[in-house]
Design a protein around this ligand. Structure first.
Ligand code: ATP
Ligand code: MN
Length: 456
């Protein structure tokens, strides 16, 4: 069907011309001689007012129902009332009628309700705006890395190694549900891969393989985590942006993470001004000011040990009091970034016991060169580190965790054959979209969110 999107059709240069537009009916008004239909098609917030001269033709009543889809051919003219343009219809064709039970009604419905109809909630302004921002942000991710000399790598999604080692892997199997074996080993030896396999929780290990050959790489794909927690910032399937950089140390990793985040924020501000105005008005007051400020000021950096010193003074007010060695909970992360720093903050040099085996061990023998970027409203948005490049130290960390060295043969080889200092980080794409839109629940920035007991 040859037609223009409404955002394109409404260009001034189309005035006086005949255009064809398709969309869904948002409102209908009728008077003695003319009928008015407002159409939207998701290309932008803009609605097209269609004017039907009833003396020429009576519109099909089905075309006037909220949610019906129509195709209109007409001439774009100056609006009779107010500014802008409207379409004088010459032909109005019903594409699909919409019965009265259409769940997207005009009165504002709640996000909770809309989550029960993920296939229809995209017909609302809010969700259309979220997904336009999400698309623009994804393009900007690729643009940033391409402009900065990174190669785009696709890491495997099915893997035999659990990168984070946190036991959050989904299994991948073709064994029947009632397979009977005496041992686990026997079970897996008969399985598709002959060993236990699962969905990747991170492309990092493969990213390191590529970075130690190509220099600078990134992956941008789904990661899967069987997170058994029902929070507003965890999904079982999320999109993960993971750059990995050879010849880089922790300060380089921090610099790149900050630069990327600011670039992405600026891209969304430039390309989605209408969407941001909408979110500022209806979702997070002050959003644009927040983003403008963040894009142009330095992020804070705070070593974990200092952060604990700050947090301990507030222990009485936390559900989980902290001490040196505790993992930071969401309440601590938010306190640091919202109350103490009032801006994004990189917490660095965490105790090695609470971080992954592959992180570079610091000279103090107690901490690793890791960093989490915490942002107001969300908490952790990025987790990264310099990687341990020393074979013996890496083996030591694996042994103290009781890991199976044989499973990491290839990873260890990177430290045998021309090892280099390198590092990288993971940015959760949905968390970024939450941050720039102000949406508070990660389920509302994902088309079909997957979480515990939810796979609609
Ligand atoms: P958290 O502490 O919030 O559970 P994490 O420390 O497990 O996150 P990392 O392994 O460091 O996360 O992953 C890197 C980034 O990926 C995180 O900073 C976050 O933005 C994102 N991320 C991690 N787990 C999830 C998830 N279950 N759903 C959505 N995004 C996630
Ligand atoms: Mn992390």
């Amino acid at each position: 069907m040859k037609h223009l999107g409404i955002d394109r059709a409404l260009c001034a240069e189309n005035e006086g011309k005949e255009v064809v537009v398709c969309g869904w009916v948002r409102t209908f008004r009728d008077s003695a001689n003319v009928a008015f239909l407002e159409l939207s098609d998701g290309t932008s917030f803009r609605k097209l007012q269609v004017v039907v001269d009833k003396s020429e033709r009576k519109p099909d009543p089905e075309c006037t129902k909220l949610g019906a889809s129509v195709c209109v051919k007409g001439v774009l003219v100056k609006a009779y009332k107010g500014e802008g343009n409207e379409l004088n219809a010459r032909e109005l064709v019903l594409l699909g009628k919409c019965p009265g039970e259409y769940p997207i009604q005009k009165k504002r419905t709640t996000l909770d309700f809309l989550r029960t109809i993920p296939h229809l909630r995209l017909r609302t302004n809010t969700f259309q705006a979220v997904f336009r921002v999400r698309s623009v942000a994804a393009q900007a991710v690729h643009r940033y890395f391409h402009e900065h000399g990174y190669y785009y790598i696709n890491a495997p999604l099915i893997t035999a190694s659990d990168c984070e080692g946190a036991g959050e892997m989904f299994r991948v199997t073709t064994q029947p549900w009632n397979a009977k074996y005496k041992t686990e080993e026997e079970y897996y030896s008969e399985d598709f891969f002959g060993v236990k396999a699962g969905l990747s929780v991170s492309g990092q290990l493969e990213g390191e393989v590529a970075a130690t050959a190509l220099g600078k790489i990134y992956t941008f794909g789904p990661s899967f985590r069987a997170e058994n927690s029902n929070t507003t910032r965890h999904l079982a399937e999320f999109w993960h942006i993971e750059p990995e950089i050879a010849f880089a140390e922790l300060p380089d990793v921090i610099e790149i993470a900050e630069d990327l985040l600011k670039y992405l924020i600026r891209a969304v501000m430039e390309e989605c001004p209408e969407e941001l105005k909408f979110f500022d008005a209806f979702v997070e007051k002050g959003l644009i000011e927040k983003l403008t400020h963040v894009a142009s000021s330095d992020f804070a950096v705070c070593p974990y040990t200092e952060a604990i010193g700050i947090l301990e003074k507030e222990n009485a007010n936390f559900r989980f009091p902290v001490h040196w060695g505790s993992d930071l909970q969401s309440e601590h992360e938010k306190y640091l970034t919202e109350k103490v720093f009032g801006r994004p903050v990189f917490v660095t040099d965490y105790p090695k016991e609470i971080k992954s085996f592959y992180m570079k061990q610091n000279a103090d023998g107690k901490t690793v060169a890791a960093t989490d970027l915490l942002v107001p409203g969300i908490g952790e948005i990025i987790g990264g580190s310099e990687r341990e490049a020393d074979l013996e130290k890496l083996l030591g960390a694996m042994r103290s965790r009781g890991m199976n060295e044989a499973a990491y043969r290839q990873y260890l080889d990177l430290r045998v054959f021309g090892s280099v200092p390198h590092g990288g980080f993971g940015l959760g794409f949905e968390r970024f979209v939450m941050y720039v839109t102000g949406m508070e629940n990660i389920r509302d920035v994902t088309l079909f969110p997957r979480s515990v007991k939810n796979i609609m």
